[in-house]
Design a protein around this ligand. Structure first.
Ligand SMILES: [Zn+2]
Ligand SMILES: [Zn+2]
Length: 266
């Protein structure tokens, strides 16, 4: 099958070992759609930057808009300063360190306008080590969030809440949330689908499916069930989610084919 879209994984510096874990998680979801796996190759771009990523002015290095992962993170940190969710930003050895959280709304808005995504069909998975906060529909700020996604465009996921008090990384919990966010990016719980409910967006009502929402942000019970299912050779998403995903992929395959046909007919 021809390629429909690339899946690109980008990350902040320091998450180089986490990016392959995210790739495994996405691969596990794509394995639920064997007919479309090859059409969505997954590539780790890491701490991405274009050749236009920086300019020096008056001795200061300025990150060019949209030209690097660091620019997105820096913008989200700036927003956090004005929302008083962060008290300072430092850049040391090229690594952005924020005292506090960063704004998921800023990331969402900037990624929605990504000029590269308009030129090169892609779903971008951006990994940040900073804790995220965002605005609820009623305008109130959430204490924290684990991630956000836009259908057929991108997911953002934070690793911050998966570092245990002993410093160890909760790899399986993180994978569950990567799968969940990627599931939103491929439209698994589209509003109005059967067996869904509204809670911070549309979510799956199947109690063993990773596409349910956890109000307190605790995915440990869902992760426990996911791993039991996996041990029995069962997928992390329920039959309703698989049916919806197949619709998503068939729909985007049809669009890709008609684009090619238009191109040939020109
Ligand atoms: Zn969700
Ligand atoms: Zn489901």
């Amino acid at each position: 099958m021809q390629k429909i879209k690339d899946i690109y994984i980008t990350c902040e510096k320091g998450l180089e070992l986490v990016a392959p874990i995210a790739k495994d998680a996405i691969q596990e979801i794509m394995n639920c759609f064997p007919a479309f796996k090859e059409a969505y190759p997954i590539t780790i771009l890491g701490n991405w930057k274009s050749e236009h990523s920086r300019t020096a002015r008056n001795g200061n290095i300025i990150l060019e808009p949209y030209e690097s992962t660091d620019w997105y993170i820096g913008r989200a940190a700036q927003q956090s300063l004005s929302d008083e969710r962060a008290s300072g930003i430092k850049i040391k050895d090229g690594i952005i360190k924020v005292d506090g959280q960063i704004s998921i709304d800023a990331l969402y808005n900037d990624l929605s306008n990504d000029p590269y995504a308009k030129k090169i069909p892609q779903i971008q998975i951006l990994l940040t080590k900073h804790d995220l906060y965002g605005t609820q529909r009623n305008g109130r700020l959430l204490n924290f969030c684990l991630g956000v996604s836009e259908e057929n465009a991108f997911s953002v996921i934070s690793t911050a809440r998966f570092i245990k008090p002993n410093g160890r990384f909760d790899q399986e919990g993180f994978k569950t949330v990567v799968m969940h966010e990627f599931g939103h990016a491929i439209g698994l719980t589209r509003r109005g689908r059967k067996n869904t409910y509204e809670q911070l967006g549309s979510h799956c009502a199947d109690e063993n499916c990773i596409m349910q929402q956890q109000m307190n942000g605790d995915f440990s019970e869902i992760t426990r069930r996911r791993l039991i299912f996996k041990a029995h050779g069962l997928p992390p998403i329920c039959p309703d989610c698989i049916t919806e995903g197949e619709k998503f992929f068939r729909n985007h395959l049809a669009k890709a084919l008609s684009r090619n046909a238009d191109f040939r007919n020109r």
